[in-house]
Write a protein that binds this ligand. Structure first.
Ligand SMILES: NC(=O)c1ccc[n+]([C@@H]2O[C@H](COP(=O)([O-])OP(=O)(O)OC[C@H]3O[C@@H](n4cnc5c(N)ncnc54)[C@H](OP(=O)(O)O)[C@@H]3O)[C@@H](O)[C@H]2O)c1
Length: 291
């Protein structure tokens, strides 16, 4: 029989996300030490069994595994600089959002102080932490990730992307790139039909149908992107670009903000200028990639 993993963990940063993680660790029997700049945010967790560290140094001393859930990487420096001498030998798993380069820089900063960095990006909102839907991208040293994987699995399915520290942030931001742009497109489309008196709830089933079928359009373009060949036997750049122009025209005459459709129109126009008008629409990736 496999012994149940109840390794100790320190969690620094008790916003909504950090608090949800602490609850999952406690529910699974992990002795959990917490620290937060605003101490009162630990009150309920302490009542549930978490151990409150009196200082950052004490929090670091309590466990080899130290999870950070902070607004950004600057918060990590603000906190850990208070106890640099206690960093040696720790594995810092930073689940805070920031740029890929911030992750690489943090790995160097921690290495200079004897600590290892594993970078993570949590792909669900806080109320889903620890559920079946929850998954978390990780990158950084494989050995440290492997050692703590079963503990980290308490907050969501770990998805290790590779040794380069930037990878977890890149995957996280690539997913949010799709998410934020799509949500903004939904709002723009709802506003567009709204200018003719169509209610959001009337439009909703149509928006859902489009979103539900979007993934159908990805398999063949992915093959084309990998081959670097974009046969124009389906939807060409010229045809799709004309539609992009019409969406801008419709938005302008309706008095809407046109930043979003103009960004899309710009990509089609640049691709046509590059001589790819008769290629398929996935060739836009050449312009996006600056090739
Ligand atoms: N919330 C979600 O559903 C969700 C989903 C996916 C990913 N994330 C990511 O998870 C991370 C945490 O999210 P959250 O919602 O818990 O964020 P949050 O409410 O902004 O909490 C951030 C934590 O960072 C601390 N903090 C911020 N700046 C600091 C500084 N300069 N010095 C010391 N402590 C500082 C805060 O301390 P105080 O309590 O003292 O202010 C708090 O504990 C973020 O990177 C976020 O992008 C969140």
């Amino acid at each position: 029989m496999t012994e149940k993993n109840t390794a100790g963990v320190t969690l620094i940063g008790l916003g909504p996300m950090g608090r949800a993680m602490v609850r999952r660790f406690l529910e699974n029997g992990h002795p959990t030490t917490v620290w937060n700049r605003t101490t009162s945010r630990a009150d309920e967790l302490v009542a549930d069994g978490a151990l409150l560290a009196g200082s950052v140094a004490d929090a670091l001393a309590a466990n080899e595994l130290v999870v950070l859930s902070l607004t950004d990487y600057q918060a990590m420096y603000d906190i850990l600089a208070q106890a640099e001498g206690a960093l040696a030998g720790r594995v810092i798993v930073n689940l805070s959002s920031d740029t890929p380069q911030a992750s690489r820089d943090a790995a160097d900063w921690l290495a200079a102080r004897g600590a290892k960095l594993v970078v993570g990006g949590v792909m669900v909102q806080e109320e889903l932490v620890g559920t079946e839907q929850a998954y978390v991208f990780y990158s950084g040293p494989r050995a440290e990730f492997d050692r703590f994987e079963s503990t980290l699995a308490r907050i969501g399915r770990p998805d290790y992307r590779g040794e380069d520290h930037a990878l977890a942030q890149l995957f996280y931001q690539a997913q949010l790139d799709i998410f934020l742009t799509t949500l903004a497109a939904y709002l723009h489309a709802t506003a567009l039909v709204g200018t003719a008196g169509v209610s959001p709830s009337t439009f909703l089933p149509y928006a859902k149908e489009t979103l539900d079928t979007m993934s159908y359009f990805l398999d063949e373009p992915t093959r084309q992107i990998e081959d670097g060949k974009y046969p124009g036997d389906g939807a060409t750049v010229i045809m799709m670009g004309a539609t992009a122009d019409h969406i801008v025209g419709a938005s302008e005459s309706a008095g809407l903000d046109t930043v979003l459709p103009k960004a899309v129109q710009h990509l089609y126009a640049r691709t046509i200028e590059a001589g790819r008008g008769r290629d398929g629409w996935p060739s836009l990736i050449e312009v996006i990639s600056g090739r």
